[in-house]
Design a protein around this ligand. Sequence first.
Ligand code: ZN
Length: 198
Amino acid sequence: MFLEPSFLTQRRGWIEVICGSMFSGKTEELIRRLKRVRIAEQSVEIFKPARDTRYSVDEVVSHDARSIASRAVHHPSEILEVASHIDVIGIDEAQFFDESIKAVCEELALRGHRVIVAGLDMDFRGRPFGPMPELLAVAEYITKLHAICNHCGNLATHTYRLTTDAETVVLGEKDIYEARCRHCFNEGNILKLKVTKG
Ligand code: ZN
């Protein structure tokens, strides 16, 4: 389990990234850290890209429906408008932001905020997703979470798309995606290729 650095012993202002496949519990982990922050009576603000409207426009909601109020923004620069007295800034679904999210997170950390970013590290093709590689490179702390492979029960690192849609972003849940380990992910893709080629 990730243990938070102490505000008393560490200079304020750093970046934490929580990454992993779908169904690995990224949002739950983000919510867990933010709830602890609130219990400690520190102030929190949460942002997410405006396009992620799976459940609610105003809340960060995990798959098990634990939620926390959030603000949907269209561009990372809007996060810089956050008030200076806010201790901790949570950012969910960071993979959907453009590359400027990295510079925004670095600026926030320099201003003294603790920045906790959650996002998918790989897209459905198994390729690094959007700005996530850059964020992982500049973060002080990284937590890579795993799901359980739907096929073999090993640790899952990949998000497998059950349909043959080719766009990078197709919003959906268990109807479209499942978590798979590297090997079952690869086997599924080979099978898919055979099917689409007839
Ligand atoms: Zn597997």
